[in-house]
Design a protein around this ligand. Structure first.
Ligand code: HEC
Length: 189
């Protein structure tokens, strides 16, 4: 099959001078954009990336804008979530969590978000040989969401194993330790 490139087609030949004009103008336009960027005052406000914005919208309300939350009702992610990648069940726990599987994102977007959560927020807690999540892995996990009513206890079991097998710190077990019972979050004080 011969590839028909648009600029080779007859109708486009006439547009040659227009293209030439555009190329002549290009350096000027780029220069203008650079000048504008340089002229804009430094407000100290940092532009948020796509993934960070998604995290703030969908997760940050519970887990904290920097992934730090009081461990009473929601586990902190900052500097510790990476430990879960040390075992197969820890890794699958992360992807099968109800708030994670049900996030209104595509499999690829969720993989990207979870990689940001684990590798960025988790920082040094990520094991050296940890592999990033893929869209296929997210899809498979979404077919088996954690629906257990004993989620806190299930997490404690996973964490005990991470402490034994991977030398995860005891602080990983802080979440859920002092909860009065399953309804602690909802109880009106
Ligand atoms: C309504 C509050 C809430 C929202 C919103 C929420 N989470 Fe969570 N998240 C929790 C709770 C509670 C747990 C602990 C689950 C358990 O008991 O095992 C948790 C656990 C986690 C964990 C495992 C951490 C650990 O130490 O057990 C990760 C990772 C996580 N959430 C990521 C997310 C992401 C990503 C989003 C956004 C798409 C999100 N969460 C939205 C409340 C929330």
């Amino acid at each position: 099959m011969r590839l028909r490139l648009p600029w080779r087609a007859a109708g486009w030949r006439r547009a040659g001078s227009f293209e030439a004009c555009l190329f002549a103008l290009l350096p000027g336009l780029l220069g203008l954009a650079a000048a504008q960027a340089a002229a804009s005052p430094d407000t100290g406000v940092r532009a948020l990336g796509r993934v960070e914005t998604r995290y703030l919208l969908r997760c940050g309300g519970c887990h904290g804008t920097q992934g730090r939350s009081p461990e009473t009702n929601v586990p902190s992610l900052s500097g510790q979530v990476g430990w879960f990648l040390c075992t197969a069940e820890g890794r699958s726990y992360l992807l099968r969590l109800p708030n994670v599987t049900r996030a209104p994102l595509s499999d690829a977007e969720l993989a990207e978000l979870m990689n940001w959560v684990v590798f960025r927020l988790g920082g040094a807690s990520v094991p050296a040989n940890a592999q990033p999540f893929t869209a296929e892995e997210v899809q498979a996990a979404r077919a088996r969401p954690l629906l257990s009513t004993t989620l806190v206890a299930d997490r404690q079991e996973i964490v005990s194993s991470l402490m034994q097998r991977c030398s995860a710190p005891a602080s990983l077990a802080a979440y859920g330790r002092n909860r009065g019972g399953g309804d602690a979050v909802l109880r009106v004080r």
